[in-house]
Design a binder for this molecule. Structure first.
Ligand code: XIL
Length: 387
């Protein structure tokens, strides 16, 4: 049984949506309790997505499951899928030596998914940016290859049968590196050559034959020469993988978007790109959606509207493509966002001290206009065959 949240826990925005649902139900007073439950159920992102054959989910961290009960409850309520924000990354799990990995935090997330009947994504098997330092010191090619195989077999094998889809290689392309094939010149390419992709995907297929195998990539969404070059390189890679029989099932579009001050967005251009991917027989997942408001005005109402508009325009465009089967936001509440924490690639643009508001719920777990935008996009999305 899914847990029902009391009415008072819903924000004014959400109560408005729920009340609209109640009007639609035409309830009498005696039926109000159960109608409230039905309306509340109808308004969750999980449910709105599922009605269209879509999976909606979010990242979660083990410490949030163990230490932030209200947030974990919100995840249970809103999400149909979870993905570990960091806990399944090789460098994060590894204690500093080959075959010495700490699976406890990753297990916490996998068990949370099982206990709550949530679909589990795997992120990720190989990412140059989160590779243990000892791997960089290996000089023997056979050892390098064996380390990659052992890692993929160990991690994907541990959760065999429990993972919906694995990001096997994260962020494999970078046209700026100047290779004709557009591949990123990173540690796995430098040690094993471009064949590392074939090795990784075949090993993943063997370790968990029922998991969808995904190529996950960023900055392929917008109308700029840089994104265009990245789209071309990604399509080229996918065509090559298809041609050579490398097992790949889906493409992950990360979609870390900006509400203001970024490159232009063109819905027709993005739709064309998604159709090109679909024509290769691949499904598409939106894997890391969030909207930074770093260059938007400080005024909260203005910022929230710009963020919501960005979600709406993006989702309306991508959900037109029936091959898009999944939408994952990179967090659910501004309380836990890498943008708010300013990690990794996040530059500080603001001169004021305003805290970023990139996700559907604010730091107090109240729904924001971004929630309404995502809910609306799911409600208007064409029906699709789940994937
Ligand atoms: C980010 C996490 O959100 C941060 O907590 C961490 O410090 C760095 O990684 N693309 C990806 C994700 O594929 O794994 C990244 O996650 C965000 C960019």
């Amino acid at each position: 049984m899914r847990q029902m949240l009391p009415w008072s826990t819903f924000s004014p925005t959400r109560r408005h949506i729920l009340a609209a649902g109640l009007v639609g139900l035409g309830t009498g007073a005696t039926a109000l309790g159960s109608s409230l439950c039905r309306a509340a159920e109808a308004a969750t992102l999980r449910k709105l997505a599922a009605e269209k054959g879509l999976l909606y989910g979010t990242t979660i961290a083990a410490t949030q499951i163990t230490g932030d009960r209200p947030f974990a409850d919100l995840v249970r309520h809103e999400a149909g899928l979870v993905v570990a924000e960091n806990e399944m990354k090789w460098q994060v799990m590894n204690r500093g030596a080959p075959d010495d990995d700490d699976y406890a935090p990753a297990d916490t997330i996998a068990d949370f998914a099982s206990a709550n009947q949530l679909v589990l994504r795997g992120h990720n098997l190989l990412w140059y940016h989160r590779t243990p330092s000892w791997f960089f010191n290996l000089t023997d090619r056979q050892q390098q290859e064996q380390a990659v195989i052992d890692h993929i077999r160990g991690l994907a094998g541990r959760y065999r049968g429990r993972i919906h889809s694995w990001d096997v290689v994260n962020e494999p392309i970078e046209p700026k590196d100047g290779r004709p094939d557009g591949l990123r010149t990173e540690v796995f390419l430098e040690t094993l050559g471009p064949e590392y992709l074939d090795l990784a995907y075949h090993t993943a297929r063997g370790a968990d034959p029922n998991a969808q195998l995904v190529v996950n990539e960023y900055d392929v969404e917008l109308d700029s020469p840089e994104h265009e070059a990245r789209r071309g390189a990604l399509l080229h890679l996918l065509e090559e993988m298809r041609r050579s029989g490398t097992p790949v099932d889906a493409v992950g579009i990360q979609a870390h978007l900006t509400a203001a001050g970024g490159p232009a967005f063109s819905a027709p251009l993005l739709r064309r790109f998604l159709a090109d991917i679909a024509s290769l027989g691949l499904s598409i997942q939106i894997t890391e959606l969030d909207v930074t408001d770093e260059k938007a005005p400080a005024d909260v109402a203005v910022r929230d509207r710009l963020v919501a508009d960005t979600y709406r325009r993006f989702l309306d465009a991508v959900l037109d493509e029936p091959a898009v089967k999944m939408v994952v936001t990179w967090g659910l509440s501004d309380r836990h966002s890498w943008i708010v924490r300013r990690e990794t690639y996040q530059t500080k643009w603001r001169t004021d001290d305003a805290t970023s508001r990139p996700l559907p719920f604010d730091a107090d777990l109240e729904a924001k206009p971004a929630f309404d935008a995502i809910a609306g996009a799911f409600a208007h999305a064409p029906q699709r065959i789940p994937g």
